[in-house]
Design a protein around this ligand. Structure first.
Ligand SMILES: Cc1cc2nc3c(=O)[nH]c(=O)nc-3n(C[C@H](O)[C@H](O)[C@H](O)COP(=O)(O)OP(=O)(O)OC[C@H]3O[C@@H](n4cnc5c(N)ncnc54)[C@H](O)[C@@H]3O)c2cc1C
Length: 473
């Protein structure tokens, strides 16, 4: 090496992680962020991005790529970002992801790419999510977020549902020259990106911008249309060569204890939708100010409910979850954000019944402490909790939010959608290429796998688009 030559990223990469400390993505103080619904993280500055990206070791067999469900080409765009070549980095990032500015905001990186980073055994991992967000925001700000679209190929494909699965499938097919129409039962496209995930994690303008990029690319959105009610599957199959079903799993699991019918006991998702959606949804108003809120459940939606209730003026927010922190399904990053914002967690706690006052309003949750059975695991591989005899106690509550997860909404029995094969818990059955039992009908995202992640829905949408293209070519 010429000693006068400036060391390039590639030459110094193997060692930078020893010299450059991991930086935390800039985050607003909890006191400030609970006063609004804006995103809590902001972008790194350019100097930090280059420095942080240079920590990547450029492994020959990158575990982060394997850890990412989309197999994002992470070391390639980290290398370019380290050299300040953000537009090229973003182009590579776009080549494997249909929402490269959205996934970094919502992915639990600690379980995916960053959780697989080899540096982790010695040091904090590369902040892959923050860098992915930066390069893609940079590209969008420089008018470079668009992709090339092939000339029209004369074939029409319908996408049902405009969540991340449907949007990814529509994006892929429209890039290949298909004429794509997305049917969405809500009045705005975006699925849970819009109506579920709160704005403090993903601002709604970001979703709207992504939808507008697709519109610009020629994708047509028909909102306010419920397939199975307003339009049959056969009608769609007459007009379109293939259909992708990305209708999610939006049937909330019920709370099955005495008192669940009391006033002030409501499902978490309609609560989140009412407080976060960018349009009025006609849902009954829920007053939170000055109330003691108990959230039941331990997933992402439970934490979103807690943090939304705090922003709506709750005086106390408690999460009651029957397992412990280590066995909680929600993202640990969001758990820390929730505790910083004032949420309290009661682990190994399960509700037995809800107590009410003379007006039929909930006044408390009668709980029992739980302990783990030795050596026992359930079907999910997590340890099985059992009640501790004599450990019951009362938790005061004026509002109880149920966040026990979701199941797919059953297809209406009188609709031709009911010809689609589902498994014993109602999830649509598909083969490895996302094909259902009905020729020309494909499915992916939560409707197939049950409540999962945005990035998994994107992967399914991409895989279905590739199968549709193969089958129609
Ligand atoms: C509160 C909450 C927070 C979450 N937070 C995160 C997170 O931080 N990170 C993460 O990765 N994941 C998160 N998830 C999970 C993630 O949002 C979902 O896994 C993902 O949105 C699933 O995408 P999808 O495309 O399968 O369906 P959805 O996003 O559910 O979209 C389905 C769409 O289909 C429409 N639809 C349904 N039936 C019909 C019909 N018959 N005709 C027409 N349209 C129909 C619906 O209106 C909806 O718009 C969260 C989920 C919830 C509920």
């Amino acid at each position: 090496m010429d000693l006068d030559e400036e060391p390039t990223h590639a030459k110094m990469a193997k060692f930078a992680w020893r010299e450059v400390d991991h930086a935390e993505q800039p985050k607003r103080e909890a006191d400030e962020r609970i006063t609004d619904f804006h995103e809590i993280y902001s972008l790194f500055d350019e100097a930090t991005i280059r420095e942080q990206a240079s920590r990547c070791v450029q492994c020959a067999e990158p575990a982060c790529v394997e850890g990412c469900p989309l197999h994002n080409r992470i070391p390639e765009w980290l290398g370019l970002a380290a050299e300040g070549r953000y537009l090229e980095a973003a182009e590579i990032s776009r080549s494997t992801s249909n929402m490269p500015e959205i996934c970094p905001r919502v992915c639990p990186q600690e379980r995916l790419c960053e959780g697989s980073c080899v540096i982790q055994s010695r040091e904090e991992p590369i902040c892959i999510g923050a860098i992915e967000k930066f390069i893609n925001e940079y590209a969008l700000a420089h008018g470079e977020g668009r992709v090339d679209v092939a000339p029209p190929n004369g074939k029409r494909v319908a996408v049902v549902g405009s969540g991340p699965g449907g949007l990814a499938c529509a994006d892929e097919l429209s890039q290949l020259g298909y004429s794509v129409t997305v049917f969405e039962s809500q009045m705005l496209p975006g699925g849970l990106l819009l109506f579920g995930i709160p704005a403090f994690k993903l601002e709604k303008e970001i979703v709207e911008r992504r939808v507008n990029l697709l519109r610009h690319q020629g994708v047509v959105f028909e909102t306010g249309v419920t397939v199975g009610v307003d339009l049959t599957l056969d009608q769609i199959l007459k007009d379109f060569s293939a259909v992708f079903l990305g209708i999610g799993a939006l049937k909330p699991k019920p709370l099955e204890v005495p008192g669940a019918e009391l006033k002030g006991v409501i499902q978490g998702l309609p609560f989140l939708a009412q407080k976060n959606a960018p349009i009025a949804l006609g849902l009954p108003p829920v007053e939170v100010k000055g109330k003691r809120v108990v959230v039941l459940g331990g997933g992402d939606s439970a934490m979103d409910c807690l943090r939304t209730a705090i922003r709506c003026g709750a005086t106390d927010t408690v999460c009651a979850y029957r397992r412990d922190l280590a066995n909680m399904p929600g993202s640990k990053k969001e758990y820390h954000n929730a505790t910083e914002e004032g949420a309290r967690f009661m682990f190994l706690t399960n509700p037995l019944s809800l107590e009410g006052n003379e007006r039929g309003e909930v006044s408390g949750v009668h709980c029992v402490r739980m302990e783990f059975e030795l050596g026992e695991s359930d079907a999910s591989g997590r340890r099985k909790p059992r009640p501790v005899p004599g450990s019951e106690f009362a938790l005061p509550a004026d509002l109880v939010l149920i966040a026990y997860g979701f199941d797919p909404v059953p297809f209406p029995v009188d609709s031709d959608l009911s010809r689609i094969e589902v498994n014993d818990w109602g999830a649509t059955q598909v083969d490895a290429d996302q094909r259902t039992n009905i020729p020309g009908v494909y499915a992916g995202g939560d409707v197939v796998r049950g409540p999962s992640l945005v990035v998994h829905a994107v992967r399914d949408g991409r895989r279905a688009a590739a199968s549709i293209h193969r089958d129609l070519s």
